[in-house]
Design a binder for this molecule. Structure first.
Ligand SMILES: *[C@@H]1O[C@H](CO)[C@@H](O)[C@H](O)[C@H]1NC(C)=O
Ligand SMILES: *[C@@H]1O[C@H](CO)[C@@H](O)[C@H](O)[C@H]1NC(C)=O
Ligand SMILES: *[C@@H]1O[C@H](CO)[C@@H](O)[C@H](O)[C@H]1NC(C)=O
Ligand SMILES: *[C@@H]1O[C@H](CO)[C@@H](O)[C@H](O)[C@H]1NC(C)=O
Ligand SMILES: *[C@@H]1O[C@H](CO)[C@@H](O)[C@H](O)[C@H]1NC(C)=O
Length: 471
C-alpha cells in the first residue's frame, strides 16, 4: 500500500452524535432519567467519524482489504517474544488506489491463534483515526495473527444512515380475530400515524412502547398473535457494493483455562435441585436446547430424577419469531419480577439480536428496565445467580449486514456492558468466544462454541474448589 499522499477524497463527517429518535419514533421517547443515562453511555459507544458519501462516490476511494496490510511490531523491550508480553499489530487500511485512508471507523476484528494448541484469543482494537490501527493481544502462547475487515468505514456511514432514516425497516404483524372476522395489521415500536389510527399496547409496568395499526372492523382487544413482518430493503446499488467485501474466518479452538468441561453426568450433578430460567432471543434459546439435550432426565424441561427445572421464554417485542400468541409475549423485566429467586435459581438473559435496526434508545430503555428488575431480584434474593449472554459476531450476507450487522451488535454490546456495570451479574462473553474460535461466525454459533459457553456458565454455578475465584 502506497503512502497516503494528498488525494484521497473522503470528507470526515462532522457529527458523531448517536442517532436521535427519528420523526416516526419521536413519541414516547426516553424519560429524562433514561436520557441522562444514555448520555453517560456515549463515551463507551463512541465510534469514530466515518467518511460522508456523496451520491456519486467511487468505490475506488473506499477501504480495500487487498491493499491493506498488517505488521507485527517488534517487542518494545527488544529481545525475543515471551509469554506474558503484549503483542501489537499495526494495521494500515488503504483504498483501492493503494492510498492510506485518512479517517478511521473501519470495522476490524483481530485474533491470534495456534492450531497446534487449539488456542485462539481476540485482539483489542485501537483506532488512530488516520487509517492506522493497532490490535493488541496478550501473548499467552506463540501463535499467528489474523485480521479481518468486517466493514469498510463507508459501510458504517450507510448503516448509521439506515438507522436514522429507516428505523422501521423491519416490521411486525398482528392477527386480530373475533368469530369469523379476522384482520391483520402492521405493528412496531413506533408507527407513523395519529393516535386515533393506532392500538397502543405500551406495557404499563415497564413503559415499553408497542403499537399496531387499528384494524378496520375489529377492536384493539381482538389482537391474537404477534409475528415477524418483513424487511424493507432500501439502499442504492452503489451503497450495496460496500457490503461485498465481507470476509469469513477460519482456525483454532478456544482457550479458557479457568473453565472446566461438563459432560452430561457433570451437568446433571451441577444442576441438581436447581431452576434455570433462560430469557431472551434464539441465541440464548440454544443454551436451553443444549441443557435439555444433555440432561440425563426425560426430554422435558423438568428432570424429575435430579429435580432440575429449565425454562426458556422469549423476550417481548420487537421479536422476529414466527407467529406466537399475544399472551406469550412477556417482557423480561416483568418475568423477573414474578420470580422468587434464591440460591438454587440461575437466571440467564440474552437479548440483542432483534434490536439492531432500531435507534439505540429502544435497546437502552429495554436494558434499563431489565437492570432495575435484576436489582430488585438480587435485593430480595441475593443468592440468585444472574448471567448475561453477550452478542456475537455472525455471518454477513447483505440482508444480515443491513438488519443485523456486527457493527450494530458492537454498539449495543458496549451499551449492555456499561449498563450492567456494578450490578452483580456474570457476563458470558459470547463475542470473544466466537471471535477467537476457528468455526465460522454465525448468528447461532455451532455446538462446540455453545458447549464452551455452557462450560463457562456451569463453571460459575459449580466452581471446582480452588480452581475458580468468584469475582
Ligand atoms: C477505479 O480504478 C480503476 C483502476 O485504477 C479504474 O479503471 C476505474 O475507472 C476506477 N473507477 C472509478 C469509478 O473511478
Ligand atoms: C461527483 O460529482 C461532483 C460534482 O457534483 C464532482 O466534482 C466529483 O468529481 C464527482 N466524483 C466522482 C467520484 O465522480
Ligand atoms: C504453538 O505453540 C507452541 C508452544 O508455544 C509452539 O511450539 C508452536 O510453534 C506454535 N504453533 C504455531 C503455529 O504458532
Ligand atoms: C400509549 O400508552 C401509554 C401508556 O398507557 C401512554 O403513556 C402513551 O402516551 C400512549 N402513547 C400514544 C401515542 O398514545
Ligand atoms: C464425566 O465427567 C466426570 C468428571 O467430571 C468423570 O468422572 C466421568 O467419568 C465422565 N463421564 C463420562 C461418561 O465421560
Amino acid at each position: 500500500c502506497l503512502h497516503g499522499s494528498g488525494f484521497a477524497t473522503v470528507d470526515p463527517k462532522l457529527s458523531t452524535e448517536l442517532p436521535k429518535l427519528f420523526n416516526i419514533c419521536s413519541f414516547n421517547s426516553l424519560s429524562p432519567k433514561e436520557d441522562y443515562i444514555l448520555d453517560g453511555l456515549k463515551d463507551a459507544m463512541y465510534w469514530p467519524e466515518t467518511p460522508t458519501l456523496k451520491s456519486n462516490f467511487s468505490l475506488n476511494d473506499t477501504s480495500d482489504p487487498d491493499h491493506s496490510t498488517f505488521t507485527i511490531l517488534p517487542r518494545s523491550k527488544g529481545g525475543n517474544w515471551q509469554v506474558g508480553d503484549q503483542l501489537r499489530v499495526l494495521i494500515r487500511i488503504c483504498d483501492f488506489h493503494g492510498h492510506t485512508k485518512r479517517t478511521g471507523g473501519d470495522v476490524l476484528f483481530a485474533r491470534l491463534h495456534n492450531s497446534t494448541l487449539h488456542a485462539g484469543v481476540a485482539g483489542h482494537m485501537v483506532d488512530h483515526l488516520n487509517g492506522f490501527y493497532f490490535a493488541v493481544f496478550p501473548l499467552l502462547w506463540e501463535g499467528s495473527a489474523q485480521v479481518t475487515l468486517v466493514h469498510p468505514s463507508e459501510a458504517v456511514t450507510v448503516l448509521h444512515k439506515l438507522t436514522q432514516e429507516q428505523p422501521d425497516r423491519i416490521y411486525f404483524q398482528s392477527h386480530f380475530k373475533l368469530g369469523s372476522i379476522s384482520e391483520t395489521t402492521t405493528c412496531n415500536v413506533c408507527l407513523n400515524s395519529n393516535q386515533q389510527k393506532l392500538c397502543n399496547y405500551t406495557d404499563i409496568k415497564t413503559g415499553e412502547p408497542w403499537f399496531c395499526y387499528k384494524p378496520k372492523i375489529l377492536g384493539c382487544d381482538n389482537r391474537m398473535t404477534h409475528s415477524k413482518g418483513r424487511f424493507r430493503q432500501n439502499i442504492n446499488p452503489m451503497e450495496e457494493k460496500l457490503f461485498q467485501s465481507m470476509v469469513n474466518t477460519d482456525l483454532s479452538d478456544l482457550h479458557m483455562f479457568m473453565v472446566h468441561q461438563f459432560n452430561s453426568t457433570a451437568i446433571s450433578l451441577c444442576l441438581k435441585g436447581k431452576s434455570i430460567h433462560i430469557y431472551g432471543d434464539s441465541t440464548v434459546r440454544q443454551w436451553y436446547e443444549y441443557l435439555i439435550s444433555h440432561s440425563s432426565g426425560p426430554l422435558l424441561a423438568l428432570d424429575y430424577v435430579n429435580n432440575i427445572l429449565v425454562t426458556f421464554r422469549s423476550h417481548g417485542p420487537p421479536i422476529r419469531f414466527g407467529s406466537s400468541l399475544v399472551s406469550q409475549l412477556q417482557y423480561i423485566a416483568n418475568e423477573l419480577d414474578r420470580l422468587p429467586g434464591g440460591e438454587n435459581t440461575v437466571v440467564v438473559i440474552g437479548i440483542w439480536a432483534h434490536f439492531s435496526t432500531f435507534p439505540i434508545e429502544v435497546y437502552v430503555r429495554r436494558l434499563l428496565n431489565i437492570r432495575e428488575a435484576v436489582v430488585r431480584l438480587l435485593t430480595r434474593a441475593p443468592g440468585t445467580l444472574v448471567f448475561l449472554r453477550t452478542a456475537n459476531p455472525k455471518e454477513m450476507t447483505l440482508y444480515e449486514a443491513l438488519t443485523n450487522s456486527d457493527w450494530f451488535s458492537l454498539q449495543r454490546d458496549k451499551a449492555l456492558r456499561e449498563i450492567f456495570k456494578g450490578v452483580n451479574v456474570k457476563l458470558v462473553d459470547a463475542w470473544d468466544m466466537v471471535l477467537a474460535h476457528h468455526l465460522p461466525h454465525k448468528l447461532h454459533p455451532q455446538s462446540d462454541i455453545i458447549k464452551n459457553m455452557l462450560d463457562v456458565l456451569l463453571s460459575y454455578v459449580c466452581p471446582l474448589p480452588g480452581n475458580y475465584t468468584r469475582s
